[in-house]
Design a protein around this ligand. Structure first.
Ligand code: HDD
Length: 750
C-alpha cells in the first residue's frame, strides 16, 4: 500500500502555501489525482482573544457594534481550531487504526464535530416558524412627544431595529407565498430598553382571549394524523373551527382577501392589533393602536402568481427582501398611531378598544405618522439572527404600557415561556441578536447558557455588601412606569364583556369596503378553500356564516360549491364602508420594482441599454431576459427564456424576440401556437400571456411590437406599443403606479 501522506502544517503559511496544503493528495487514496479546490482567500488574522470573561462576547456583534466589517467572510482567522482553540492539522479524516482500520474512540475532534452537528437544530417556532429578517434604523419624527415619554420617538432620534417577517402556519421549510397571515415583528433597541412591537399584517385576530390560542393553532396546523396540508388553511379542521367559532370570521375574511397573499414584505401594512396605553412626561395617558404604512403601498399577488411562485421560487418573499436591500432599494414604512382618549369605558365611536377582533376605521381615527423605519442590512447569519431572535410583548420602554385586552394579557405570558424551550433556557437575552443596546444591570443569575461572569456577591435588594447596588430608578432616571390604572371591583369570572358578542358587523364592514375586483378575489378564495374541505357539514356551516356577512358573498360562494345559499340568522349590520381598507385606487412610487426586458441579441441593443439606464435612474431594477445566459452585448443576462416567469416582474418591456430555433422546445411549439412560420419564441409568448393574466403593465417598442401582435394582446388594457424604449418605459411606469391593470380582472359583483 502507498505511504500515508500527512497534510502539511500550514501554521504561518502564506496564501500560496495554504493552497498547496489544500491540494495535497487524499491520504491513503491509491494513486488518485488531487481534486481541484477553489482558490483560497488570503488568510485573515485569527480571532482576537476574548479579553476578559466579565462582559458579553463582543466578537460576535449584535449589529450595533462594528467590530466586524459587513464584508467579513464567515470563517474568521486563518487556522482551523477545535472549539477549545487548539489548531488542527486535518478535519477530513477520522483517526483510524491504519488507513483501512476501525475508527478510534479517542478521536476527540471527530466526536466534537459530530456531536455539535447532531445538536445544530433547535425547535422551530410553534407558530411563525418560517421567517426572514433584516436590520434597519428607526427615526422618530417627534410628533408623539405630547403623547408618550418614549425617547425613541423624539424628533430625529435614530434607533437600531431588527425586523422578522413570517408566515404563521407553515414549517420552517414551507413556501413563502401561501395564503396566510404574515407576522411583522420589530425589535427596537432603544436607549431606554428594548421595545418589541410584535405585529401582523392583519389588524384583527382570530380570537378574543389568549386561552383559545392553542385551539385555533391546532385547527390551522396540518391534520395530526397525516400532517397535511402544509402551510395553508384550505382544510377541514381550520374551517371546522372558524365556522363554529364565529369571532374568527373577521380575521378570516382578511385572509381570504388579497391581504392573505402579499406581493412582498415591502408592500405589507403592519398592525399592533391590540390597543396600548401611552403615558407622557406629565403622567397623562392615551390609548393607541400601532400601524406600519409601507412606502410602496399595500399590494398583493394574484392567486395564480402565489401558486406559481410556491413552486417556481418557494423563497419568493425572503429573496425579494434580501434582493431589494442589496440593490439599495431599502424597504420603508412609517410608524403611525391611531389615538383615542383613555376613558373608563375604553371604547371609541362605540367600538370596544379591548376587543382584538375589531378595528377602528381610519376615517374615524386617522393614522398619525410618528416615525420612519428603513431596512438597510441583511442578516450576516440566518440562524444567529433570524432564527434566534426572540420577541416579547412585555419588552416595553418607559412611555408605552399594555391594556386589559385579554388576548394581549395572555401573550404577555406566552412569549418568554416559548423561548425557554426554543432557545434552551432563561438567558436568551444574552444571545447577540437579543442583547439590549441599553445598559443592563439586572439581578438575574445563573441558568443554562449563562454567558456573563457576574461580579459581586449580592444580587439581591436591599444589600450592604455590593455598595447597596443596584438602586431603583425614578422619573428623573427615566424608569419604566406601570400606569396606575384603576381596576374596578368585580367578581372573578370566566366571561367576556357583552360587546365581544358582535362577530359579524365588522366582517360586513370589510366586505362592503372592497372594490368589485377585490370582492371577486374574496369569493374565489372562499370557494377554493371550502372546495378543499371534505366534510359537507363544515361547508354548510361556513356558508351560514357568510350569509350573516352578506347575501351576495354567500350566494356566489354557494354557487361555486354547488350548495344552496342559506338565509341570514342575524340582522345584517348597517355599516359605513371604510375606503382605507381597499388596496385599489391609489398611486404609489415605483422604487425597487422589477422590470423585465425581453431582448433579441440580434435586435436594437442600443435602445435596450438606454432603457436599462432609465429603469435604474427611476429607482427600479431592470432584469434582462434573453434566449440564453451569459451576456448580451456586454450586459449580463439575469433571466433566460427558460427561467423567466411573470411572478418575478412588476412589468415587462419587449424590445424584440428572436424566432424560435427549429429544434426549440420539441412538442411545445404547436401547443404554444408557434409554427414553422412563427417569429416569436413560444416561451416569450407564454411569459407575455402570464403577465397579461396577472394584470401587469406590458410595453413594447420596435421589433417588440411583433410579440404583442402574435400574442393577440396589442391594444388591450395596460398594453402599450410605443415609438421608443423611453416612451414605452414612461407609459409602463405610469401604469405601475396603480400596482396592477385592474380592469383586466373580470368583476361580476358590484
Ligand atoms: Fe403570537 C410568535 C404575532 C397572538 C403566542 N406571534 C409570533 C410572531 C408574531 C406574532 C409576529 C413571530 C415572532 C418572531 O418573528 O419571532 N401573535 C401575533 C399577533 C397576535 C398573536 C399579532 C395577536 C394579536 N401569539 C398570539 C397569542 C399567543 C401567541 C394569543 C399565545 C397565547 N406567538 C406566540 C408564541 C410565539 C408567537 C407561541 C411563537 C414563537 C415565539 O412566540 O417566539 O409565543
Amino acid at each position: 500500500s502507498k505511504p500515508v501522506k500527512v497534510v502539511k502544517d500550514v501554521v504561518g503559511a502564506a496564501a500560496a502555501k495554504v493552497a498547496d496544503a489544500l491540494t495535497d493528495t487524499v491520504p491513503g487514496a491509491p494513486g488518485s489525482a488531487p481534486a481541484p479546490v477553489a482558490e483560497p482567500t488570503t488568510p485573515a488574522g485569527p480571532l482576537p482573544a476574548k479579553s476578559e470573561q466579565g462582559a458579553p462576547d463582543t466578537r460576535t456583534p449584535t449589529g450595533a457594534e462594528t467590530g466586524v466589517p459587513p464584508t467579513a467572510k464567515g470563517q474568521q482567522g486563518a487556522h482551523l481550531t477545535t472549539a477549545q482553540g487548539a489548531r488542527l492539522r486535518d478535519t477530513d479524516h477520522s483517526l483510524k487504526a491504519g488507513p483501512r482500520g476501525p475508527v478510534l474512540l479517542q478521536d476527540h475532534h471527530l466526536r466534537e464535530k459530530i456531536t455539535h452537528f447532531d445538536h445544530e437544530r433547535i425547535p422551530e417556532r410553534v407558530v411563525h416558524a418560517r421567517g426572514a429578517g433584516a436590520h434597519g434604523v428607526f427615526t422618530g419624527y417627534g410628533t408623539a412627544d405630547d403623547l408618550t415619554r418614549a425617547g425613541f420617538l423624539r424628533k430625529g432620534k435614530e434607533t437600531a431595529v431588527f425586523v422578522r417577517f413570517s408566515t404563521v402556519l407553515g414549517s420552517r421549510g414551507s413556501a413563502d407565498t401561501v395564503r396566510d397571515t404574515r407576522g411583522f415583528a420589530t425589535k427596537f433597541y432603544t436607549d431606554e430598553g428594548t421595545f418589541d412591537l410584535v405585529a401582523n399584517n392583519i389588524p384583527v385576530f382570530f380570537i378574543q382571549d389568549a386561552i383559545k390560542f392553542p385551539d385555533i393553532i391546532h385547527a390551522g396546523k396540518p391534520h395530526p394524523d397525516r400532517e397535511i396540508p402544509q402551510a395553508q388553511s384550505a382544510h377541514d379542521t381550520f374551517w371546522d373551527f372558524v365556522s363554529l367559532h364565529t369571532e374568527a370570521q373577521h380575521h378570516t375574511i382578511w385572509n381570504m382577501s388579497d391581504r392573505g397573499i402579499p406581493r412582498s414584505y415591502r408592500t405589507m401594512e403592519g398592525f399592533g392589533v391590540h390597543t396600548f396605553r401611552l403615558v407622557n412626561e406629565a403622567g397623562e395617558t392615551v390609548l393607541v393602536k400601532f400601524h406600519w404604512k409601507p412606502k410602496l403601498g399595500v399590494h398583493s399577488l394574484t392567486w395564480e402568481e402565489a401558486q406559481l411562485a410556491a413552486g417556481v421560487d418557494p423563497d419568493f418573499h425572503r429573496r425579494d427582501l434580501y434582493d431589494a436591500i442589496e440593490a439599495g432599494a431599502f424597504p420603508e414604512w412609517e410608524l403611525g398611531l391611531q389615538v383615542f382618549p383613555d376613558t373608563p369605558e375604553e371604547t371609541f365611536a362605540g367600538i370596544d378598544l379591548l376587543d382584538p377582533t375589531k378595528i377602528v376605521p381610519e376615517e374615524l381615527a386617522p393614522v398619525q405618522a410618528v416615525g420612519r423605519l428603513v431596512l438597510n442590512r441583511t442578516p450576516r447569519n440566518f440562524f444567529a439572527e433570524t432564527e434566534q431572535v426572540a420577541f416579547h410583548l412585555g419588552h416595553l420602554p418607559p412611555g408605552i404600557d399594555v391594556t386589559n385586552d385579554p388576548l394581549l394579557q395572555g401573550r404577555l405570558f406566552s412569549y418568554v415561556d416559548t423561548q425557554l424551550t426554543r432557545l434552551g433556557g432563561p438567558n436568551f437575552s444574552q444571545i447577540p441578536i437579543n442583547r439590549p443596546h441599553a445598559d443592563v444591570n439586572d439581578m438575574l443569575r445563573d441558568g443554562f447558557h449563562q454567558h456573563a461572569v457576574h461580579a459581586g456577591v449580592a444580587p439581591y435588594r436591599p444589600n450592604s455588601l455590593d455598595g447597596g447596588n443596584p438602586f431603583p430608578a425614578g422619573d428623573a432616571e427615566r424608569a419604566f412606569l406601570d400606569v396606575p390604572v384603576t381596576v374596578a371591583q368585580a367578581p372573578k369570572v370566566r366571561a367576556n364583556p357583552a360587546s365581544f358578542d358582535d362577530h359579524y358587523s365588522q366582517v360586513r364592514l370589510f366586505w362592503q369596503s372592497m372594490t368589485p375586483v377585490e370582492k371577486e378575489h374574496i369569493i374565489h378564495a372562499y370557494t377554493f378553500e371550502l372546495g378543499k374541505c371534505y366534510e359537507q357539514a363544515i361547508k354548510e356551516r361556513q356558508l351560514q356564516c357568510l350569509a350573516n356577512v352578506d347575501p351576495v358573498l354567500c350566494a356566489q360562494v354557494a354557487a361555486g360549491l354547488g350548495l344552496p345559499a342559506p338565509e341570514p340568522t342575524v340582522p345584517l349590520a348597517d355599516v359605513t364602508p371604510s375606503p382605507a381598507l381597499s388596496q385599489v385606487g391609489g398611486r404609489w412610487p415605483a422604487d425597487g420594482r422589477l422590470v423585465g426586458i425581453v431582448v433579441d441579441p440580434d435586435g436594437d441593443l442600443d435602445g435596450v441599454d438606454e432603457v436599462r439606464r432609465a429603469v435604474f435612474s427611476a429607482g427600479m431594477v431592470p432584469l434582462l431576459i434573453a434566449p440564453h445566459g451569459g451576456t448580451v452585448d456586454g450586459t449580463p443576462v439575469q433571466r433566460t427564456f427558460a427561467t423567466a416567469r411573470s411572478v418575478e416582474f412588476d412589468a415587462v418591456l419587449l424590445a424584440g424576440s428572436p424566432a424560435p430555433a427549429a429544434d426549440a422546445l420539441p412538442g411545445r411549439d404547436a401547443k404554444a401556437g408557434a409554427s414553422a412560420t412563427a417569429t416569436v419564441d413560444p416561451r416569450v409568448l407564454l411569459l407575455v400571456d402570464e403577465c397579461w393574466r396577472h394584470a401587469k403593465a406590458i410595453g413594447a417598442w420596435g421589433a417588440g411590437a411583433a410579440v404583442l401582435e402574435q400574442a393577440g394582446l396589442a391594444g388591450t388594457p395596460g398594453v402599450v406599443t410605443a415609438g421608443s424604449g423611453a416612451e414605452a418605459l414612461a407609459a409602463v411606469q405610469d401604469l405601475m403606479a396603480a400596482h396592477r391593470v385592474w380592469e383586466r380582472f373580470p368583476a361580476t359583483v358590484a
